[in-house]
Structure formats: structure tokens, C-alpha cells
Design a protein around this ligand. Structure first.
Ligand SMILES: [Zn+2]
Length: 77
């Protein structure tokens, strides 16, 4: 019999290295009503650290809900 085998040879991505948080974007925290912009796990205003970077949003930079200091730094960069 010629049984079909499930393909198990899915190639591993070569450059998948777990290092620092690389994503960036806006998110809000429970202890802050404003949205802060995080880059490499740190808010641009320097007040917050982010452990979970799975829910960052890009764009919407001029929303009134954004932290003013973060926005300033982001737009100045
Ligand atoms: Zn901020």
C-alpha cells in the first residue's frame, strides 16, 4: 500500500531568535488611562515597561488618548 504520509518537514525559520522585544506601537495599561508608545519594551515617555508586546497598535499617532510625552518623542524621532 502506498499510504499518504502527513508532511512533517516544515522548515524552521532560520532567523527566529528570541531576544529583546522588537515590536513597537501603542497600547494602554491598566494603571494608565492613556495610551503609551512602546519600543523595545519601554514607553517613550520612560514611565512604563511592557512585558507583553502582543497587542501593540501602529498608527493613530494623534489620538487624544495618547500620552502626550510619548507622542512628542515619537513625532520628533
Ligand atoms: Zn507615555
Amino acid at each position: 500500500m502506498n499510504e499518504e504520509k502527513p508532511q512533517t518537514n516544515t522548515p524552521e525559520p532560520a532567523a527566529q531568535v528570541q531576544t529583546l522585544v522588537r515590536q513597537e506601537g501603542w497600547t494602554w495599561l491598566i494603571n494608565s488611562r492613556k495610551w503609551h508608545y512602546f519600543r523595545e519594551g519601554r514607553s517613550l515617555c520612560g514611565k512604563f515597561l511592557l512585558l507583553d508586546d502582543s497587542d501593540l497598535e501602529l498608527g493613530n499617532d494623534s489620538s487624544p488618548d495618547n500620552c502626550a510625552a510619548c507622542r512628542k518623542k515619537l513625532l520628533a524621532a
